[in-house]
Design a protein around this ligand. Structure first.
Ligand code: GLY
Length: 595
């Protein structure tokens, strides 16, 4: 056993039992060995060891945490040479699009939360994919008006929204960049041209999806060369991606939204055999990144800030924490079923509000202020006063300056996506969740990257109970997201950046990590690694194969339908105290690196 791991296991005996167990027993989906990533720097290999041992990575000046060691190294290279967190993000994202193509990339969208050290301001940027102008509310319905089967809608051109990530890279660099734009693409271009070692996670996911990945020739040729799934450790090159990045580096994001790349995106979407889409050149040319007001909720004296609609992330996390505020979770502790009854039912109540009220605010009124009003949160908290699981939950009636009747939503969101947390030497903080939606998105590939299927985050039905659904498809609208990139402030200073992939379970993962850190005093590595218990609607999901299963019977006794499942979060967090501490989720392949 390596020295660092032995020491960490020894130190772990001092930790709360639940957190200690998290790092000892949670099995990542696929074992990650530094060898699978080719030639990692000694620092990155050590960070991987540290992550698996349950200790946070510590640093003085800067820190980057993301889902793949090669991407983290690319960001570290930029930060080490004086780049800002925004510069590093461009390098991290472009490498993630190569080495973790199933989760995020140029063909997708993202939400970015930024704390600016110079001004103390929090800014949120919305680079969500957008429904084409030709999309109709019945985009995902049969001619008879019935919702399509989910995967029938996902695979092909119909689900592809106008990507936002390329313009976000440019916008973030324009606002906060210090390095030369074109230099930020060097690490990804180098890896795309020279090749990188396919990671165990990527190989495993390719092997699980031969049907989807073989639907379209360009995708099949890349992921199933000669008909065989890519193997872990195989050297993979992507010259088309390198060429796309060279154009972006030379010409800026315009090279993506106009001209040959845009034309090929549109041709790929409209030409998708069996399931063509309606994306047009005008949609790409019209795409805009939108700055939105941050949504901030108070919790335990801290301000929890994140992305407002069209994301439901910050609002739903705020609703959960707001309903929990009167309860002493710190005294109850993480191993107590009563803590999970409170968290589970607070989450169910929050999801009821999410389903009825949350969608793209440019299209439907959303009672953001009413939902986070202290009196409303106190009323929701009162509903948790009983001893057992709430027999039923329903949306509340927050104050609203708009009279409207909306029906509960029905959209299905499966685990996917990626999260990046960065702190730079100047103290700027970036928290960005980035996605192409489903694993491998629409399965359509062009110019070396996959296209998203983000439009399936809309509700497939337009109405229910005779009322319209807020998150129905409309032309130019952005589908509701669960992504919850978060920055926590105390007295105006940032103390934590965190976020996760995971579809609608993102909200539960992020809320749990915040509670673990703020109520239970766990450091960031313990907080991201602890076993998950997530209750949105339906059963109380308990992370299978972990010590959390000890809570199954007590929760069943309280009246919950309990289900052990894999809960593959990808939480990446940085805490800012006397030193920076980084935590990377052991369920995926990410690491934290800092100096
Ligand atoms: N597609 C994942 C999300 O936006 O929540």
């Amino acid at each position: 056993m390596p020295m660092v791991r032995t020491l960490a296991l020894f130190l772990a005996s001092a930790l709360p039992a639940f957190a200690q167990q998290a790092s000892d027993t949670l099995a990542p989906e696929a074992p990650t060995a530094p060898a699978a990533f080719g030639s990692l720097s000694p620092a990155a290999a050590a960070a991987m060891e540290t992550r698996d041992s349950g200790r946070p990575v510590e640093a003085e000046d800067w820190m980057v945490v993301a889902a793949n060691p090669l991407a983290v190294e690319a960001g570290a290279e930029i930060l080490r040479s004086g780049g800002s967190a925004a510069d590093a993000m461009v390098a991290v994202q472009t490498v993630l699009g190569l080495v973790e193509p199933q989760s995020s990339g140029l063909g997708g969208g993202a939400f970015l939360v930024w704390f600016d050290a110079a001004t103390g301001a929090v800014t949120t940027l919305d680079a969500r994919e957008t429904a084409p102008r030709a999309a109709t509310p019945r985009l995902f319905q049969t001619p008879e008006g019935e919702p399509l089967e989910f995967l029938d809608a996902v695979v092909g051109g119909r689900s592809v929204g106008t990507p936002g990530t390329p313009l976000l890279l440019e916008e973030a660099h324009r606002r906060w960049g210090r390095s030369g734009w074109s230099d930020l693409f060097d690490p990804a271009i180098r890896l795309a041209e020279e090749g990188f070692a396919v990671s165990p996670r990527l190989a495993g996911l390719v092997a699980e999806d031969p049907e989807g990945l073989s639907r379209f020739p360009a995708t099949a040729a890349y992921f199933l060369p000669e008909g065989q799934p890519l193997k872990a450790g195989a050297l993979l090159k992507n010259p088309d991606y390198a060429e796309t990045l060279r154009r972006l580096a030379a010409e800026g994001a315009d090279a993506f939204y106009r001209g040959p790349i845009a034309e090929e995106i549109v041709a790929t979407v409209r030409g998708a055999e069996g399931n063509p889409g309606v994306l047009a050149l005008e949609d790409l040319a019209a795409y805009r990144v939108v700055e939105r007001p941050p949504v901030c909720a108070d919790y335990r004296g801290a301000e929890i800030c994140g992305m407002g609609p069209p994301s439901s992330g910050a609002l739903t996390v705020g609703l959960i924490l707001g309903a929990l505020e009167p309860y002493d979770l710190a005294a109850l502790g993480p191993e107590n079923a009563e803590s999970w009854r409170l968290i589970g039912d607070a989450t169910r109540l929050a999801f009821a509000d999410r389903g009825r009220y949350m969608a793209d605010r440019d299209f439907v009124p959303v009672p953001v202020e009413g939902l986070l009003d202290p009196a409303y949160l106190a009323a929701r908290a009162e509903l948790l006063r009983g001893d057992d699981a709430l027999p039923e939950v329903a949306a509340g009636t927050p104050e609203w300056d708009h009279a409207g009747l909306l029906a509960p939503d029905e959209s299905l969101e499966l685990p996917s996506t990626s999260h990046i947390s960065i702190v730079d030497a100047a103290g700027n903080v970036l928290s960005m969740t980035t996605t192409i939606e489903n694993g491998f998105g629409s399965r359509l590939m062009t110019n070396g990257f996959l296209l998203n299927n983000e439009l399936t985050d809309f509700s497939f039905r337009t109405h229910a109970e005779g009322w319209p659904i807020a998150n129905r498809v409309e032309p130019g609208k952005r589908p509701r997201s669960s992504m919850a990139p978060t920055i926590v402030l105390r007295d105006g200073k940032p103390v934590l950046a965190v976020g996760s992939p995971g579809g609608s379970t993102i909200i539960g993962y992020v809320a749990q990590a915040l509670i673990a850190h703020l109520d239970w005093g766990m450091d960031v590595q313990q907080a991201v690694a602890m076993p998950h218990l997530v209750n949105t609607f339906g059963p109380f999901q308990i992370e299978a194969g972990t010590r959390a299963e000890a809570l199954s019977q007590p929760l069943a006794d309280l009246g919950y339908d309990v289900k052990p499942v894999d809960l593959t979060s990808g939480l990446h967090a940085i805490s800012l105290g006397e030193r920076l501490q980084g935590g990377a989720d052991p369920r995926r392949e990410g690491i934290a690196l800092g100096e």
